[in-house]
Design a binder for this molecule. Structure first.
Ligand SMILES: O=C(O)CCC(=O)c1ccccc1C(=O)O
Ligand SMILES: [Mg+2]
Length: 364
């Protein structure tokens, strides 16, 4: 299968409510959409992927830290240079560039584009269940949270709650409030490295252990996670730790889950290897959102069904988005490609006599 055209677009979507990025908050999301067409023996395929590194600035104009290291501009520049090299090539070339790219978001996007052109995502029903995300939006009150908890369906068995954001007292109240409303729920807590070892122990000691599935990144210094587990016996999960380019899976007491954010980690092959290694030690792998638009979330729901069929992914981040992008999640408005800003384009003349590539590039 040969790549016959590639089109790159940029999107910018305002959010209706703030979304958490660790302790920071964002009020809009920007990213890229890469569309590719490929042909083989009369068959023609056209697919789109979202490439949206989780970097940029928060609502206080502070740089987002702890997630993607690459900026949108870096990825956009790399892709603009890559498109002319990809045009006319076999689609497997996408995998070569994915393995070579220093940018995880780009590696993931290129490998996903390959998988979609191969039809690998069509063959499976997406995971429709997701673990609801509960957090304090600084622009919404306690009522909104209470309503969200009261509205959870009976099929929901776990929720994810952001902690280490406000005071320990407020957060214990929130958690006990949730458990009063729904005593059957299990909780996945996420501290985003917000606690010192002492604070993490003090906090966890106030919670009923058997209601907590795990706590993500309890300690500021992840080396303290082991002491945390030894002191309190609460299982923990790693999330930010996986973003370190040198991260290698290592089994430790108390390590129960990896929170896998594909946009931050790299190619599907790399994800699959990490998942296989972790699962061989009995560590659960939870595919999770990096705050992608509906296009990216839909692909993650398909990938979760393929890579982690026994787990419910953490993809409950779309409700904050004002509009859908390319793929409808049921919102009133769904932006189409024609409504996005084109950044770069590369078309191969597909008449049989000619193999000449024509590159067009628009500066913005
Ligand atoms: O994991 C989930 O369920 C939702 C996604 C989420 O919480 C998140 C999204 C973007 C950046 C960081 C995080 C996080 O897990 O801390
Ligand atoms: Mg987390």
């Amino acid at each position: 299968m040969i790549l016959t055209s590639l089109n790159l677009y940029q999107y910018r979507l305002p959010l209706d409510v703030l979304l958490p990025v660790g302790k920071q908050r964002i009020d809009h999301r920007t990213g890229l959409v890469l569309q590719a067409c490929a042909r083989a023996e009369g068959e023609h395929r056209q697919v789109e992927v979202e490439i949206a590194p989780l970097s940029g600035i928060d609502i206080d104009e502070q740089v987002l830290v702890g997630f993607s290291r690459e900026t949108l501009v870096q990825v956009q520049t790399a892709l603009t240079e890559l498109l002319p090299l990809l045009g006319g090539q076999h689609i497997d070339t996408l995998l070569d560039y994915a393995e070579q790219s220093p940018y995880p978001s780009l590696a993931f996007g290129l490998s996903l584009l390959h998988a979609k052109l191969m039809g690998k995502l069509d063959a499976i029903r997406p995971q429709t269940a997701t673990v609801p995300l509960i957090y304090h939006p600084t622009d919404a009150g306690k009522d909104l949270l209470d309503n969200k908890i009261a509205a959870l369906g009976k099929h929901v068995h776990s929720v994810k709650v952001k902690v280490a954001q406000t005071s320990i007292e407020d957060e214990l109240n929130l958690i006990y409030g949730i458990l009063r409303t729904r005593p059957d729920l299990k909780l996945r807590l996420d501290a985003n490295r917000g606690f010192t070892l002492e604070q993490a122990i003090e906090f966890a000691a106030c919670l009923p252990l058997d209601t907590i599935e795990y706590i993500e990144e309890p300690c500021q210094n992840p080396q303290d996670n082991l002491d945390f587990y030894q002191a309190i016996g609460m299982p923990y999960a790693l999330d930010e730790s996986l973003n370190d380019p040198d991260y290698q899976f290592a089994m430790h007491n108390g390590l129960t889950a990896l929170v896998i954010k594909p946009m931050l980690l790299g190619s599907i092959e790399k994800l699959a290897n990490l998942i296989e290694t972790a699962q061989s030690y009995g560590v659960r792998c939870i595919i999770s959102s990096s705050l992608e638009s509906s296009l990216g979330i839909s692909d993650l729901a398909h990938l979760a069904a393929i890579l982690t069929p026994d787990e419910i992914p953490g993809l409950d981040t779309l409700s904050a988005f004002s509009q859908d992008l390319i793929v409808s999640s049921g919102k009133k408005h769904c932006l189409t490609l024609a409504q996005l800003e084109p950044i770069a384009q590369h078309v191969i003349d597909s008449t049989p006599q000619s193999d000449v590539g024509v590159a067009k590039r628009e500066e913005n």
